[in-house]
Design a protein around this ligand. Structure first.
Ligand code: ADP
Ligand code: F6P
Length: 324
């Protein structure tokens, strides 16, 4: 019997990320090169359950590599946590002849893919999230664009904050992970960076730091706050009351997830999408594509989901040293 995969599906799931289109394009064109057909699945697992499919050919992907967002749309689908729903999704894949499925998304989306693998669907995960919080991979598609977008926005807040000699608390995305905050904190020269992984909730330390900096002649105080800590507006009110320094909060929000992907995200998306297809083409599945020590590699999906990731201690230490 010919066991070679002839038809694959591709979907994007969870929060979108710039470069997801490059990843879809990488999947579609690598699949065509390998003699496979591709079904695009709209709106992640929600669209899979609703059978929202479209055949994708090489031309379907024209003019997409430079576009932000995802042409397949994305969704969060609560029902997908239920075993019966996962079984139903696997049946739908079989009904449409989908022998392999590429899931572009974060850890949550990979948990959904792992559930499908348990129902006999051959899956490969591609890390797409601005949060950089996938343990098995040093890089996730979308981070570079998002961190540069945030950095540019923070530069602008910094200008007005300097003019008014204010303290600014700027909140960046990242769900429970502090990567965006840490990178912006270093790149924007923040006086303080509040990270979910290390924050001890001792606000007095921030207050003392602001007062001390004022005494030493520093006129500006930028605090990067991670979404995982949140409460930037109330924090700003308390800090202003305690220090007497005018303080404003800015929440950058979803603008960080949009925009044309950077070169890094276009290349990472293309490579990881194509890598996923090459795995399926050689009969390797239930894997997660990763970028590790400068190479594209893959891990067993179960192993990948069990890995833990920590903020690089050296970066955290240097970020503190830079704010003296
Ligand atoms: P991300 O993939 O960016 O981490 P989410 O955590 O929101 O995003 O997950 C995206 C979707 O993946 C969820 O809406 C749900 O459909 C599916 N999913 C998440 N966790 C699980 C799980 N444990 N089992 C099955 N499906 C899951
Ligand atoms: O996972 C990407 C992300 O942008 C997180 O940084 C953030 O916590 C979350 O998605 C926001 O999700 P939503 O678009 O549903 O508000």
């Amino acid at each position: 019997m010919d066991t070679k995969i002839k038809t694959i599906g591709v979907l994007t799931s969870g929060g979108d990320a710039p470069g997801m289109n490059a990843a879809i394009r990488g999947v579609v064109r690598a699949a065509i090169s390998n003699g496979m057909q591709v079904k695009g699945i709209y709106q992640g697992y929600k669209g899979l359950l609703n059978e929202e499919f479209e055949d994708l050919d090489a031309r379907s992907m024209s003019d997409t590599i430079s576009k932000g967002g995802t042409i397949l749309y994305t969704a969060r689908c609560k029902e997908f946590h239920e075993l019966e729903v996962q079984k139903q999704a696997a049946e739908i894949c079989r009904k449409h002849g989908i022998q392999g499925l590429v899931v572009i998304g974060g850890d949550g989306s990979f948990a959904g893919a792992r559930a499908l693998s348990k129902q006999g669907i051959h899956v490969v995960g591609v890390p797409g999230t601005i949060d950089l919080d996938i343990a098995c991979s040093d890089y996730t598609i979308g981070f570079d664009t998002a961190v540069n977008t945030a950095m540019e926005a923070i530069d602008k807040v910094r200008d007005t904050s300097t003019s008014h000699e204010r303290c600014s608390i700027i909140e960046v995305m990242g769900r429970n992970a502090g990567y965006l905050a840490l990178w912006c904190g270093i790149a924007n020269g923040a006086e303080d960076i509040i990270l979910p992984e290390t924050y001890d909730y001792d606000e007095q330390k921030l207050i003392d730091h602001i007062i001390d900096n004022r005494r030493r002649g520093k006129k500006l105080h930028i605090i990067i706050n991670a979404e995982g800590i949140g409460h930037s507006a109330s924090m700003a009110r308390r800090i202003e009351a305690a220090t007497g320094v005018e303080t404003r909060a800015t929440i950058l929000g979803h603008m960080q997830r949009g925009g044309s992907p950077t070169c890094r995200d276009r290349v990472a998306g293309t490579m990881m999408g194509a890598y996923a297809v090459e795995l399926l083409a050689k009969g390797t599945y239930n894997r997660v594509v990763a970028y590790k020590h400068g190479d594209y590699v893959d891990y067993d999906i179960e192993e990948a989901l069990n890995m833990q990731k920590e903020l690089p201690e050296f970066m955290v230490r240097v970020s503190k040293a830079m704010s003296v």
